[in-house]
Design a protein. Structure first.
Length: 151
């Protein structure tokens, strides 16, 4: 079997897409998505993770015309680590989601997620994992999509 690199996130666009045209002429967008993370079982404090998302070509054009700061969005993509030199001349690492599929979600989209207590567990059962994958399917494919509604 081949290796698999796949990430799925659902969250809020916290930095609107920025369009850049590469020297090759391909459009590219970058935007950030804030995703709430379940807190530890002993804490009710809200914690979030920020993800930098890259899109290319036709998907980049859809995102630039259809996504706004504050939109709920679902993203499927690949994790990629890039190394760059910062302004101080130091090498830094950045993990980016190279999006392959982006879907803007209406605020009223609900999916039957497992309980917070179950999500916080150190490992998940096969049944819970299957429930999560069914939930992802519902989020991505069963509900109305709003990228067109922004046009």
């Amino acid at each position: 079997m081949q290796d698999i690199n796949l990430v799925i996130i659902v969250g809020e666009v916290s930095k609107a897409p920025v369009l850049r045209v590469k020297p090759s002429g391909l459009p590219k967008t970058e935007f950030t998505v804030e995703v709430e993370r379940p807190s530890s079982p002993t804490s009710e404090k809200r914690m979030t993770d920020m993800f930098l998302v890259d899109t290319w070509d036709g998907l980049a054009e859809e995102c630039i015309s259809g996504l706004r700061k504050g939109d709920r969005v679902a993203v499927i993509g690949l994790l990629q680590r890039e190394i760059f030199t910062n302004r101080d001349g130091e090498r830094e690492h950045l993990t980016i989601i190279k999006a392959k599929f982006v879907r803007c979600l209406h605020r009223d989209v609900e999916a039957p997620l497992p309980t917070m207590e179950a999500i916080r567990q150190d490992s998940w059962t096969r049944e819970m994992t299957a429930d999560y994958l069914r939930c992802a399917g519902a989020v991505f494919f069963d509900k109305a999509h709003c990228l067109e509604s922004h046009r």
